[in-house]
Design a protein around this ligand. Sequence first.
Ligand SMILES: Nc1nc2c(ncn2[C@@H]2O[C@H](COP(=O)(O)OP(=O)(O)O)[C@@H](O)[C@H]2O)c(=O)[nH]1
Ligand SMILES: [Mg+2]
Ligand SMILES: [Zn+2]
Length: 304
Amino acid sequence: MKGTVMRSTGSFYDVLAEDGKKYNCRVRGKIRLEGIKETNPVAVGDHVIVDLEHEIGSITEILPRTNHIMRKSVKKTGHSHVLAANIDQALLVVTLALPRTSLGFIDRFLVSAEAYRIPQIIVFNKRDLLSEDDLIQLDELIKLYESIGTTCFSISAQQDDPEAIRKILQGKITLIAGHSGVGKSTLLNAIAPSISQAVGDISSFSQKGTHTTTFAEMFALDDKTFVIDTPGVKEWGLVEMSEQELSDYFPEMRDLRLECKYGARCIHINEPKCAILDAVQHQTIALSRYQSYYSMMMDEDNRK
Ligand SMILES: Nc1nc2c(ncn2[C@@H]2O[C@H](COP(=O)(O)OP(=O)(O)O)[C@@H](O)[C@H]2O)c(=O)[nH]1
Ligand SMILES: [Mg+2]
Ligand SMILES: [Zn+2]
């Protein structure tokens, strides 16, 4: 029977099968997905074939993925950890209050999703905690991210009814991501009280290592709408890409780069008559975005 992986604990999986029931399953034998070097290849969101003859079912096959998103691989081993597969859109919860999300983290997330052509949404949370100055900065950031095609929301998950966010989730499979403590569980509870996720207290996320689950979990809001809650990921694993490719995943650079003097060979670092550097100088590309580009370019882990 076919099914979808809703939850993983490392050795067991909850699979929602075609008959509408959930089964506890294990992986039988060795399953490998082509082109993926992983210790644990089954991810939440995977479509699988299960054999339900015994009390504990067996996952015997992973069906081809439309996409997947990874957390940063463990250095040296080269093993990556797929957080979730087959997602329609990715929603990143961030905050300018505590724990403040860096723009570098936001941009890395957007690039990862863009590389898989996964549409992105940013929710700026904890609006109730922001100062006047923060609110001005927030408006500027929303303008910036909307200008590059990202859908943005600003809310207080604790105080507001997130109706607009509920609407954008409708009929889709949405990956929910963000640092630990930004309010993912609070937001999910506000969207669908039936989910009833545990909300961490402020001290729990400042203590490193505690309250960090490694696995994602999928929840059904109705029979066509699913959200995947992910643990607070510190860094995203970028798709391996060539130096020339990176600017393709910055929407504001994608078209402009054709105007660089060196054409497709330009990587926009110090080449003469580079259209990207020119745009940064004239502030039509935001400096913060270029800084993110630069730091990703310098990060050799991403190079092919
Ligand atoms: N003031 C305020 N606190 C919030 C808001 N959203 C979440 N919190 C608090 O932030 C802390 C972490 O929230 P939680 O939902 O557990 O974050 P998660 O780790 O991303 O799931 C908890 O103490 C929440 O009560 C908000 O909009 N405003
Ligand atoms: Mg949480
Ligand atoms: Zn250039």
